[in-house]
Design a protein around this ligand. Structure first.
Ligand code: SF4
Ligand code: SF4
Length: 449
């Protein structure tokens, strides 16, 4: 089968038997390749780094994490590093920013990942919930800063630290981010308090909606969401919400660019429901399903997160047949024999720098911080770039000034484990391969389909 490689300018190449790239000289095939944004991001099998002069493939990776980067791809990160190598790799654009902008939640999930930090945040941070005007100015400033550094569309992940549906200006800020800042909005929520206005705004302006399911059966949902109030949002309500979002996406003709996904943690009471849910999601038109290990190690009952034989079999089966079941992408853990995600740095294998603190910092209320690691959130002296007010040009000082240089000089050396381990390792591989060339302009990055 012919292998096609496409760069960020949309130029199409083939890979020949000598494993070199060649420009596709067939204009009919070239023109007929008209990938939708979802296909462009979800379908690649690998990314290659090529020498444009010789056609040689210098390295290839299949670690693409498309859902993690969507609506950007790993190509955007690789190209940003390439640009940075020409001047200053510390002066990269912010490519993605995650906003922790609403630290209150209507759920009381068992082993909530946000619990250890959000109460600390409310007590200790300057401001956790932003006024609308202030929020708008901050987004504008981030978009300006990144555009000046070659990134025209910053990925904006809105995920609260609680339930983002409950922020009263949510619909307006989603619209503003897209229309005024050209941002790629990613929205992560249980959806339990999603108003009609938010649904409309998401359907029209967002690029990725990911609904979190604490459990994937009626019983599991009720148990793991552990909602305190009498009025409970149920598994059936979540399914209805997903159907509604898919219908709205169709209404606005955005099936090719608005990805709708679901994420759940692998836990005992979910056992036996993974395949059934995959089928259900595929029929609805949902694009992706992530089944991940529980992230926290503060587990009440370790047996709850054991991967039974039945669960392992089901996850393997889903990885083999998710396309037949109607999904475009799934994520299951690579290692089925371990209970937690292991994010420890392998000794002596740390990247030279923490790239993610440059290209994907966190906006926690109005504080800009290096990452979402629990220790860092609670380390105002060493992990906070500063407070963002939205004043034009303030990001140059916050991201490039003395304090930023001092903060970043400690990372990743002082980190034992890393919340952005895969990103940092991948970006380091890209940097170290680019460093082999005096003239990085002879290098191009391509996604292989
Ligand atoms: S929905 Fe998220 S933030 Fe809220 S309690 Fe559950 S895990 Fe925590
Ligand atoms: S844990 Fe350390 S290396 Fe990892 S993203 Fe945070 S600051 Fe960077």
């Amino acid at each position: 089968m012919i292998k096609l490689a496409i760069n960020n300018q949309g130029e199409v190449y083939t890979i020949n038997n000598d494993n070199k790239i060649e420009l596709l000289n067939n204009s009919i095939i070239s023109k007929s390749i008209n990938l939708s944004l979802i296909d462009k991001c979800l379908k690649p099998k690998s990314m290659i780094m090529v020498n444009k002069l010789t056609g040689d493939i210098i390295f290839e990776t299949s670690e693409l994490y498309p859902q993690h980067f969507y609506p950007l791809t790993i190509l955007d990160y690789a190209n940003a590093i390439k640009r940075g190598m020409k001047s200053n790799v510390d002066n990269l654009p912010i490519l993605s920013i995650s906003t922790k902008d609403y630290p209150y939640c209507d759920f009381g999930c068992r082993e909530c990942l946000a619990d250890p930090t959000r109460m600390w945040g409310i007590k200790n941070l300057d401001k956790c919930v932003l006024e609308l005007d202030e929020y708008k100015k901050i987004l504008k400033e981030i978009a300006r800063y990144s555009k000046a550094r070659g990134c025209d569309s910053v990925r904006l992940e809105m995920c609260g630290e609680g339930n983002p549906d409950m922020y009263k200006h949510r619909a307006e800020i989603i619209k503003f981010a897209k229309e005024e800042c050209n941002m790629g909005v990613v929205y992560i929520s249980t959806g339990s308090r999603m108003s009609e206005d938010i649904m409309e705004a998401l359907a029209k302006y967002a690029y990725y909606i990911r609904i979190s399911l604490p459990g994937i059966s009626k019983e599991a949902y009720e148990y793991y969401s552990n909602q305190p109030g009498k009025e409970k949002f149920t598994y059936d309500d979540a399914m209805k919400l997903l159907k509604k979002l898919c219908a709205l996406r169709k209404k606005y003709k955005r099936e090719n660019e608005l990805m709708i996904g679901v994420r759940t943690c692998i836990r005992k009471k979910n056992e036996g429901h993974y395949i059934e849910l995959t089928e259900k999601l595929g029929k609805m038109g949902v694009n992706s399903f992530q089944m991940v290990k529980v992230l926290t190690d503060h587990i009440e009952d370790k047996k709850d997160i054991e991967l039974s034989e039945k669960t392992q079999e089901d996850l393997i089966k889903i990885s083999e047949c998710y396309r037949d079941l109607g999904l475009q992408h799934i994520q299951t853990p690579k290692l089925l024999d371990k209970l937690y995600i292991d994010r420890e740095f392998v000794v002596n294998k740390k990247p030279t720098k923490c790239f993610s603190s440059i290209v994907s910092p966190i906006l926690y209320g109005n504080s800009l911080i290096v990452c979402i690691h629990w220790d860092k959130i609670r380390d105002k002296d060493n992990a906070y770039y500063g407070i963002l007010t939205g004043k034009e040009n303030e990001l140059e000082e916050l991201m490039q000034g003395k304090n930023a240089v001092k903060i970043r000089s400690q990372y990743p050396q002082k980190c034992h484990d890393c919340c952005a381990l895969n990103d940092n390792l991948m970006l380091e591989v890209i940097r170290s391969n680019l460093a082999l060339f005096n003239d990085v302009d002879i290098i191009d990055f391509m996604l292989v389909y």
